[in-house]
Design a protein around this ligand. Structure first.
Ligand SMILES: [Zn+2]
Ligand SMILES: [Zn+2]
Length: 323
């Protein structure tokens, strides 16, 4: 009875950390499970879906991941597809054999919901809708999406992007939360400042705004001018003041090949780029970020499994060696 009470306490704590969102793939509690399902480190990588989405969980498992991101289609093609029941069942079955507790899909790079070109915007909206439908079908928790490029005028672009998000969420009801990813701010990209991201989210119509939150990519915000290496606490306090920490649902852990404020998005291995080791040590041991899933999108080099394993081991080492 005492043990049961303790378990319930842990569950409550975990529920609060998840901001009320239920982890759909969490398994029933097993006291002999080597990984404590209510105090997990949600850490993983973007994994390949080569051969079909049901192959992705095994790749996550092979690197010891507890969080996973993937594409649900070819990210650089317009061609759309549905997830048939058989695929969805196979994906869910594969996922239950892993320790993965947090799942995200990343949308296609071609989508530009902020475009002033009606043809491109319509195509982007249809494609984004299909992304959402696949996420719902596969039971993914999050759909990560880059804010678009405004092309003509920034304020109009933000308005178009927010309107399109509202339309897509209206057309695809469900539980998937759209995470708008902070951008490096190259060209006319929207979403490279916390203020602009807040403006974008606030412009999404209220019933659907609840299903929109934020993904911070460490390499992108560094390239956008947020100095996580030199002013770690300052950056997060600005995030908290502008967007609110409750809006942060996913962190992409990437070092940057390009310097602070370069506005160029080039990912580097953890602790081997311009950010260096310190900010990653801080993130891995930051109380405020402990329940936030974290995934790497670092170069895979010759062998994705070996390299990702090495990166995740490096990150877990920061937790273990924390004072
Ligand atoms: Zn991204
Ligand atoms: Zn990213």
């Amino acid at each position: 009875m005492a043990a049961r009470k303790k378990v319930r306490g842990k569950r409550d704590r975990r529920d609060r950390r998840d901001h009320g969102e239920r982890l759909r793939h969490s398994r029933p509690l097993d006291p002999f499970d080597p990984v404590d399902p209510f105090e997990p480190l949600l850490l993983g990588a973007h994994v390949s879906t080569a051969g079909g989405t049901p192959n992705a969980p095994a790749r996550a498992k092979a690197i010891g991941a507890t969080a996973m991101q993937m594409f649900s289609k070819m990210a650089n093609r317009w061609a759309e597809r549905l997830c048939e029941d058989e695929e969805c069942r196979a994906f869910s079955a594969a996922l239950t054999t892993t320790e993965v507790r947090a799942t995200a899909a990343h949308d296609s790079y071609l989508i530009n919901l902020a475009s002033p070109d009606p043809v491109l915007r319509a195509r982007s909206l249809a494609s984004f809708e299909a992304e959402l439908r696949r996420c719902e079908a596969l039971g993914m928790q999050y759909l990560v999406s880059h804010p678009g490029n405004f092309m003509d005028d920034r304020a109009s672009g933000i308005a178009r992007n927010a309107e399109a998000l509202g339309i897509a969420l209206e057309r695809v009801p469900g539980r998937v939360v759209v995470l708008m990813e902070m951008t490096a701010g190259s060209g006319t990209a929207i979403g490279s400042t916390f203020e602009e991201m807040a403006t974008l989210i606030d412009a999404v119509p209220p019933p659907h705004r609840e299903r929109v939150a934020v993904c911070v990519d460490t390499a992108h915000i560094f390239a956008a001018g947020y100095d996580l290496a030199g002013d770690y606490d300052g950056v997060w306090s600005r995030f908290g003041d502008t967007l609110g920490m409750h809006r942060l649902r996913l962190v992409h852990l990437n070092d940057s090949k390009t310097p602070l404020g370069s506005r160029r998005d080039r990912h580097e291995l953890i602790a081997e780029g311009a950010l260096g080791e310190r900010p990653f040590r801080r993130i891995m041991t930051d109380e405020r970020l402990v329940a936030i899933p974290k995934v790497i999108e670092t170069p895979k080099l010759d062998d994705a499994e070996t390299t990702d394993r090495r990166m995740l081991e490096r990150l877990r080492g920061y937790v273990r060696s924390a004072p």
